[in-house]
Design a protein around this ligand. Structure first.
Ligand code: HEC
Length: 392
């Protein structure tokens, strides 16, 4: 497809994806907050609590019923389209960015996987992921939430590891994000909404609602709550090559997931107690540790003895990068320099040296998909040139 058209498709879908995602997660955070802050001391008859709030210049009074008001209101607001729209735009975006240009963004550089097979693996991961998750929740394991949580964590990280064997780092990360996102929307569509519909139907029919219904939705809601922060990281992870570009990218992802789940736990419990306040400094310390662990290895000192000139570097860049990163790219996949990075002359290369280092030496995320077959020697040479010019 014409790269200009895919860029605008990407823009339009990504924008809607972000808007609906903000609406979904925003509403979800708000209702968790609401639930945690209800004043339950002296509830009116039939209520479990209430809450006063001020926002946008108005004062609000919210009341939560133990089950339902004596007569159902004419208009009851449901929250589902935010979730469905986020998922649908997410899948479209996955297709436009990763599936239309599978060789560039999805397939591991150097792998001989065909685009069709790679896409099939991606889609199968999402479908199988949902069914395995759903079965596990409905199995006896569902009665032991902590154990179930641990099993899910291990399975998701195993999926991250497996995907990183066949996909590029970015491709693997985005599929883990899409997998978790699919589970979250599946929970809304297949469990939470049906449970709520059954509850409302029972009340309207004047029947005693099945007490198992809210409990069923609760486990899934709780999962969704803890999934949000890891998913949000994954969605912005393509800006951070030291995460997805790391040799052990799946372990880096596991580390970030643990830290973010801890932080979410603090926010879920902080109203009741400050017992988990330690998670905040621990998460911050964990981030520092991860930054340290992922820091690139020093260029070895033997190689340092050779003098590398800018001419040598420019030759490499011209051969391996400027088909895309030029004021006039020759690659048919780009009509303008990707990410605005233009490497046509020595002064542009010097200015962008730190970024070039991050993308090609510290992580091997550029050339994208290693389409231009850059060699390890060339990466080392650029690394030496950069470290020599740093010490000057
Ligand atoms: C096949 C095309 C292609 C080739 C070849 C290529 N790149 Fe890129 N590069 C891209 C694309 C696409 C992006 C934007 C990535 C994104 O969407 O996040 C990018 C982004 C970048 C960025 C900006 C990253 C950021 O967001 O800060 C740098 C720096 C970069 N490339 C350096 C290089 C270097 C150095 C080479 C050669 C060793 C190279 N690229 C080869 C396609 C390419």
């Amino acid at each position: 497809m014409d790269p200009h058209i895919t860029e605008w498709l990407n823009l339009a879908i990504r924008w809607v994806h972000m808007i609906t995602g903000v609406a979904w997660i925003g509403a979800s955070f708000y209702f968790v907050w609401l639930e945690n802050h209800l004043d339950r001391r002296n509830p009116r008859e039939g209520l479990s609590g209430d809450l006063w709030a001020i926002h946008g210049g108005g004062i609000y009074h919210l009341e939560k019923y133990k089950l339902a008001p004596p007569k159902m209101p004419e208009q009851l607001h449901w929250f589902k389209w935010e979730a469905y729209a986020t998922w649908m735009t997410g899948i479209l975006l996955l297709a436009v960015v990763y599936y239309l240009n599978a060789e560039l963004f999805l397939i591991a550089p150097g792998s001989d996987l065909s685009p069709t097979t790679a896409i099939a693996i991606g889609v199968a991961t999402l479908v199988a992921g949902w069914f395995i998750y759903d079965l596990l929740c409905d199995s006896p394991l569902g009665k032991q939430p902590a154990l179930l949580g641990a099993v899910l964590f291990v399975l998701i990280i195993a999926a991250a590891w497996g995907l990183s064997q066949v996909f590029s780092g970015r491709g693997a990360f985005i599929h883990v994000g899409a997998l978790i996102g699919t589970i979250m929307v599946g929970n809304v569509f297949r469990v939470i909404m049906p449970a709520q519909r059954a509850l409302v139907a029972a009340i309207e029919a004047g029947k005693e609602p099945d007490p198992a219904l809210p409990a069923k939705g609760l486990l899934r809601s709780r999962h969704n709550n803890y999934f949000t922060l890891p998913v949000l990281f994954i969605m912005i992870s393509n800006h951070f090559p030291s995460t997805y570009g790391n040799e052990f990218n799946w372990a880096v992802l596991a580390g970030l997931a643990v830290l973010s789940v801890l932080v979410r736990h603090y926010f879920n419990t902080r109203h009741a107690s400050q017992n988990f306040a330690w998670t905040i400094p621990v998460a911050a310390l964990g981030m520092v540790c991860l930054a340290f662990i992922t820091s690139p290895a020093k260029t070895d000192s033997e190689a340092m003895t050779q003098e590398v000139t800018i001419q040598q570097v420019q030759e490499i860049i011209t051969e391996r990068c400027t088909s895309c990163h030029s004021a006039n790219p020759t690659s048919t996949m780009f009509t303008s320099a990707p990410a605005g990075v233009i490497l046509d002359n020595a002064s542009q290369i010097k200015t962008l040296a730190p970024k070039i280092y991050l993308q090609t030496v510290a992580s091997k995320t550029m050339p994208l998909g290693n389409m231009t077959q850059m060699t390890q020697q060339e990466r080392d040479l650029i690394g030496v040139w950069i470290s020599q010019n740093k010490s000057e």
